[in-house]
Design a protein around this ligand. Sequence first.
Ligand code: ADP
Length: 163
Amino acid sequence: MKVKAIYPGSFDPITYGHIDIIQRLQPIYGELTVLVAHSPKKTYLFSAEERAHLIRKCLKDLPGINIDMFDGLTVEYAKKVQASVIIRGLRAVSDFEYESAMANMNKKLGPEVETMIVFTRPEYGHISSRMVKEVAFYRGDLTGIVPPAVAEALKSKYEHKSS
Ligand code: ADP
């Protein structure tokens, strides 16, 4: 039986760390939806459409991947599409507290949905979207950290912001 899984996040922007998780998990679940959060409570560098567009560009050769946007509770989305798994990545101990609190809350809100935590590959453990934006702002080299399309999008975003 095919199990539907969701990989939710801000993806502001997508990095090789996220892509690695998607590449490793999609074959296990067969169908994986990358769910782009757009919460009115959060400030993003890229709009939800831009983030989804970048994800689509970076994952264009990967089969079995859907990309969707959602403003709401991930568990509610999971129920709506009848997905039974939420995937989250864990980089370091610093991620643990937040991820465990969220997994416990999701379990309370949707007992039928499981959270699966995946450990980051060591070489991607230092990559975060926040850090990527910091490096891009100061025009640092993002080779091996984000795909070229993302590096380009960051460059033009900050060029526009500073002009
Ligand atoms: P959020 O705002 O939900 O934390 P992110 O886009 O930062 O969204 O992250 C989405 C998911 O991807 C989270 O589970 C996060 O821990 C994971 N993640 C982020 N960066 C990496 C990375 N470098 N390697 C593996 N997982 C990552």
